[in-house]
Design a protein around this ligand. Structure first.
Ligand SMILES: Cc1cc2nc3c(=O)[nH]c(=O)nc-3n(C[C@H](O)[C@H](O)[C@H](O)COP(=O)(O)O)c2cc1C
Length: 336
């Protein structure tokens, strides 16, 4: 796996893991630690034909190591998009074979997302051609168990990914049909591990630093990818890094890392950063989405939801945040 020596990754999340959020998370890391990020799903069609520009997800922050997360089943388009995107000097590419959303699975000429796991022939062609044309460029594949649970089929798919020359496999051990219902089936890492020599990254339901470190060790994973857990606790990567450096011994669950005021400042900074980059309408949408997960990482977080849904402007959003943190800080202090 392309690595900076810190094998913990922020999972790609549409509309959420944009450059503004990635920059804020990178800032939380200790000075001598950097991490690899993944872009939200990028449709090569929009890169090549600019039919519906999602250009906002393409920029790479200064000094950032970003892997473009490609959502398509069309090998010719993918190659053209890779050629164009390489001008931005990304750290590599990843093929999304995990998205369970029905519309996306059938959006193009070929299936994409988790539906691609039903078409190992297409995936083989995509990896083979990508590695033939760009042999030195990192190319990983992110999968689920499959559309349905069929373990022999999963193992054969993983073997194919490796044989065709992919550099790493990222596994979110749920089926497409399960979406996010049911806990992840971590036991599958052992089986997949045995069929692979390329790096295996585990993903799914990691909510704190303790679990991230334990998962990696328990299953001999080469890395761990964290999505929603990092939105609830944007300091999760800092916590992991400090524990690896021996600077902390306890999880942030026992010894909090972000104070109440730091959480407020993080939100306000994110809101301002989004607005500077995307303008008010897209900012409000992206900010609300992020807060759906962020609020779960703090006491009284549910109370924040209503005011954020109601806020119709940046100003109202800022007001709602200030009010929430001011009011609930008093409650929190009275509980201590
Ligand atoms: C809101 C949201 C958006 C997502 N968007 C993408 C995406 O664009 N591309 C992708 O490969 N996976 C996407 N995912 C899946 C995540 O990358 C990850 O595999 C999944 O959330 C499981 O990890 P977690 O339990 O740590 O969140 C998304 C997940 C969520 C919750």
């Amino acid at each position: 796996m392309f690595s900076t020596g810190f094998p913990f990754y922020l999972a790609p999340m549409d509309d959420i893991t944009n450059p503004v959020l990635r920059a804020l998370i990178a800032q939380t890391l200790p000075k001598d630690v950097s991490m690899v990020f993944f872009s939200p799903a990028i449709n090569p069609n929009s890169i090549v034909n600019r039919h519906h520009a999602r250009d906002e997800d393409v920029p790479i922050n200064p000094g950032e190591k970003l892997i473009y997360n490609i959502m398509s089943g069309e090998s010719d388009l993918i190659l053209k998009a890779m050629d164009l995107l390489l001008k931005n000097n990304p750290a590599g590419f990843n093929l999304n074979c995990g998205c369970p959303r029905g519309k996306i699975q059938t959006a193009g000429r070929n299936p994409c997302g988790v539906a691609l796991m039903e078409r190992p022939d297409l995936v083989a062609q995509i990896i083979r051609e990508a590695k033939k044309v760009f042999p030195c460029i990192h190319f990983s594949v992110k999968i689920r168990i499959g559309v349905k649970r069929d373990i022999p089929k999963l193992l054969s798919f993983c073997g194919m990914v490796q044989e065709q020359g992919a550099d790493a496999l990222i596994l979110h051990p749920r089926t497409g049909e399960e979406q996010f219902t049911r806990p992840v089936d971590n036991g599958l890492y052992n089986q997949v591990r045995q069929t692979l020599t390329i790096p295996l990254v585990g993903n799914g339901d990691v909510l704190d630093d303790e679990e991230a470190l334990a998962l990696k060790q328990r299953y001999g994973l080469n890395g761990v990818m964290i999505g929603r857990g990092a939105l609830a606790h944007p300091c999760i990567f800092r916590a992991i890094a400090l524990r690896l450096q021996g600077e902390r011994t306890r999880s942030f669950l026992e010894e909090p890392m972000m104070t109440w005021d730091e959480r407020r400042d993080f939100l306000l900074q994110y809101l301002t950063g989004l607005n500077e980059r995307y303008g008010e309408a897209l900012t409000l949408k992206r900010f609300r989405l992020f807060c759906e997960w962020f609020r779960r990482g703090m006491e009284f977080g549910l109370v924040l939801r209503g005011p954020l849904v109601k806020a119709k402007s940046l100003h109202e959003m800022q007001d709602a945040i200030q009010k929430f943190f001011f009011t609930n800080k008093k409650q929190i202090l009275s509980l201590v």
